[in-house]
Design a binder for this molecule. Structure first.
Ligand code: UD1
Ligand code: CA
Length: 453
């Protein structure tokens, strides 16, 4: 039987107190709904249907993708939501229904539920929790068979004590779900059409009811408010850190690092505390990332040492680099091998070839710098004339003295030496020394002005 997935994402999430629909809040840098889609995709469903509503097209526009988006115009409950998408499903398929606010459920757990019944039946994924308050409770008969789900707001005091809950994941074959959902009524405390009522209705109609219990209640926890959002974030980070460590990454403290994207790494590579990884980051072998570094969409080749509080974005760092502490790479930097960029150096859209060094306090923007160049402290590429950006080209083996301003556009040839304090305003041929510094004068017997009484 083929599988189709319906994701319920029309709710507002009022407890989030946000103008943004709940499902667009992020865990590990990725929207909650995108997590749910990715988890469902692990089962290779034929089609994914997404029921949206609150916030209008913002959910659709943000997530995009090749999914069947179905608008639920009025939020009349989870059962009503499923009925909006069900007509778009094949009549001979199994349907897996996911609430969109449990983002961390694994593919294996979802698979266990889908495989808990054959051609016909409905099934619920349950979890045993310490604090069931707010969640639908699972009722079982003496033989252990699930007979009903009772929503928290409809529970008797005895039912409130049940600590096995509905995770919000329900599956069934199309025919059974279609038949049962049409009979769901809204005579409950919230006046909603509950999806969860299909369980008791199935028992009445002798449609098989099965269940799977999640082995890990943590992965089934829903996000309804900002506290649960933060808890989900911590759990997600812990799980990812453990996976990366299992694969060989060294984490100085797995509870003090944040992964908000995809990380690839080689052997013997380590991250110190408070490192943030965003987007796609690729680290080679023997790479050392110091405390507090923020790495976003970058590659860092083997044997590089990135000292604390260095920020690198959309850049490629060659082998054996020594960067930071406190260095900043804005988008578009490409560094060759054995490049050194030290503290308080900002580099933007620049190429630094092999062996080049910029040790201290400089701005290098829109520049192409050759091999073995020494950039003295306080060097500024003046790339902006107030209207346009211009390029600086520096050849190989150039020595740039401290406190040099290079007014772009300008090209400096190989082996040029620039004296400290020079303002470069014209192209320089190879092998020359240039200097614009005024000669030093000595005025002897100079008296400093005195403060007036
Ligand atoms: C739901 C379950 C509850 C379960 C809990 C697990 C029902 C009736 N209750 O409760 O048994 O323990 O999830 O987290 O199913 N939605 C729509 N359209 C609607 C209403 C809701 O698309 O008209 C979506 C929401 O966006 C959300 C999901 O359905 O993603 C669940 O809705 P929510 O209001 O969070 O239900 P809970 O009260 O948490
Ligand atoms: Ca919920």
């Amino acid at each position: 039987m083929s599988l189709e997935v319906i994701i319920l994402a029309a709710g507002k999430g009022s407890r989030m107190h946000s103008h943004l629909p709940k499902v667009l809040h992020k865990v590990g840098g990725k929207e909650i709904l995108r997590h749910v889609i990715d988890n469902a995709s692990k089962l290779n469903p034929e089609k994914i249907h997404i029921v949206y509503g609150f916030g209008g097209n913002i959910v659709k526009d943000t997530i995009g993708g090749d999914y069947d988006y179905v608008m639920q115009k009025e939020l009349l409950g989870t059962g009503h939501a499923v009925l909006q998408a069900l007509p778009n499903c094949r009549h001979d398929s199994k349907i897996l229904i996911l609430v969109s606010d449990i983002p961390l459920i694994t593919g294996e757990t979802l698979n266990a539920l889908v495989n808990s019944f054959g051609e016909k039946g409905v099934a619920v994924l349950t979890s045993v929790v310490e604090h069931p308050s707010g969640l639908g409770r699972i009722k079982r008969d003496a033989s252990g068979k699930v007979t009903a789900i009772v929503e928290d707001k409809d529970c008797t005091p005895e039912e409130k004590l049940i600590n096995e809950i509905n995770t919000g994941v329900i599956a069934g074959d199309y025919e059974s779900l279609n038949e049962l959902l049409k009979q769901v009524k809204n005579n409950n405390s919230q006046g909603e059409y509950y999806l969860t009522d299909v369980i008791s209705l199935a028992c009445e109609k002798n449609i098989p009811v099965s269940s799977a219990v999640s082995a890990n209640s943590k992965e089934c926890e829903g996000i309804n408010n900002k506290i649960q959002l933060a808890e989900a974030e911590r759990y997600y980070q812990k799980r990812l850190a453990e996976k990366y460590m299992t694969d060989g990454l060294i984490l100085m403290d797995p509870s003090r690092v944040d992964f908000r994207g995809n990380l690839e790494f080689g052997a013997n590579t380590s991250l110190d505390v408070n490192v943030i990884i965003e987007g796609n980051v690729k680290l080679g072998n023997n790479v050392v990332i110091g405390a507090g570094c923020v790495l976003k969409n970058c590659t860092i080749a083997d044997d590089s040492v990135i000292s604390p509080y260095t920020v690198i974005e959309d850049s490629e760092i060659g082998k054996g680099a020594t960067l930071g502490p406190f260095a900043r790479f804005r988008p578009g930097c490409v560094l060759g091998e054995q490049v050194h960029v030290g503290n308080f150096v900002e580099v933007k859209k620049s190429k630094l070839a092999n062996g080049t060094k910029a040790g201290h306090l400089s701005y290098l923007g829109d520049s192409e710098i050759g091999e073995n160049v020494n950039i003295g402290a306080g060097t500024i590429t003046c790339n902006y004339d107030g209207a346009n950006k211009w390029k600086t080209v520096i050849g190989n083996n150039v020595f740039v003295g401290s406190d040099t301003q290079i007014v772009a556009p300008v090209t400096i040839g190989d082996n040029v030496t620039i004296g400290a304090g020079t303002t470069v305003t014209k192209n320089v041929e190879a092998d020359n020394l240039i200097i614009t510094r005024a000669p030093m004068r000595t005025i002897s017997g100079w008296k400093r002005p005195e403060k007036k009484k």
